[in-house]
Design a binder for this molecule. Structure first.
Ligand code: FE2
Ligand code: FE2
Length: 253
């Protein structure tokens, strides 16, 4: 998964937004991705995100995103929205909630570190020393604040899925699991054998996929001598405990 992982991505971004002078228009209707489709359940026919949200709300979020994130991030967000809907269908989660959380998961991705810290403190969020040292990790929790205050989202399940999309959370809902997985495994992350295997797991074994995705993040952070947020370890242990032990272990790396 390498540097494409969501958690790692969040460490590796400075938070500075450099919009191109002439932005290329983004295709707001996600094209089908054959490599991902090839591993979708044959009987899962996912609805289009556009049919799952009031048009006025989706348009308003997209307009806001076009002003606050670069095109490459907007394209990632749209792929996360689509994959979250597809995983929701696989795991009997409400696809409308998955679409909302997917579309709004990275609202605060390009907020400056100081702004993230100030907004988190104003909300009285409990901050871990790893959050203080890496304020960019707070873009998930702050994204939920933006979704609530800017777009009037008060569905706590949707807000939790936004909050937990980077580090997960022990005990998190199926909705939070699918958004967490969609963020790390969306087709734009690449097509390495590891990612393809994780995508397959994500459709069939929700908690196993969360465990294995956490392991990939942890491996990446260890290899780069980066700090590990304790919540990711707790998420990993929780998901591992819920995993069917009869399934074979993944191949050693
Ligand atoms: Fe994110
Ligand atoms: Fe993301």
């Amino acid at each position: 998964m390498g540097e494409s992982n969501g958690y790692l991505d969040s460490h590796g971004t400075t938070g500075a937004l450099h919009l191109k002078a002439a932005k290329q228009p983004v295709d707001l209707t996600i094209a089908e991705d054959a490599s991902y489709r090839s591993v979708l359940h044959a009987n899962a026919v996912p609805p289009q995100p556009t049919s799952l949200m009031p048009k006025e709300l989706r348009d308003r979020v997209l307009q806001w995103l076009q002003k606050h994130v670069p095109n490459s991030r907007l394209e990632h967000i749209l792929r996360v929205e689509q994959m979250a809907v597809e995983l929701a269908v696989c795991h009997h989660v409400d696809p409308a909630q998955a679409a909302q959380a997917g579309l709004m998961h990275d609202l605060a991705k390009f907020f400056k570190p100081q702004r993230l810290l100030e907004m988190a403190q104003a909300e009285d969020l409990a901050l871990d020393p790893v959050d203080i040292a890496n304020p960019h990790l707070l873009h998930a929790a702050v994204g939920a604040i933006v979704a609530r205050d800017e777009f009037g989202i008060h569905d706590e399940a949707v807000l939790d899925a936004i909050r937990h999309h980077t580090l997960g959370c022990p005990g998190m809902s199926g909705l939070s699991c699918v958004v967490f997985l969609a963020d790390s495994l969306e087709p734009g992350r690449g097509d390495t054998p590891k990612l393809i295997a994780l995508r397959r797991n994500s459709q069939q074994h929700l908690h196993r996929a969360v465990w294995l995705t956490c392991d990939e993040s942890l491996r990446h952070l260890l290899a780069r001598a980066q700090q590990i947020h304790p919540r990711m370890v707790l998420t990993r242990n929780w998901a591992l405990a819920l995993t069917d032990k009869k399934l074979p272990l993944p191949r050693a790396h």
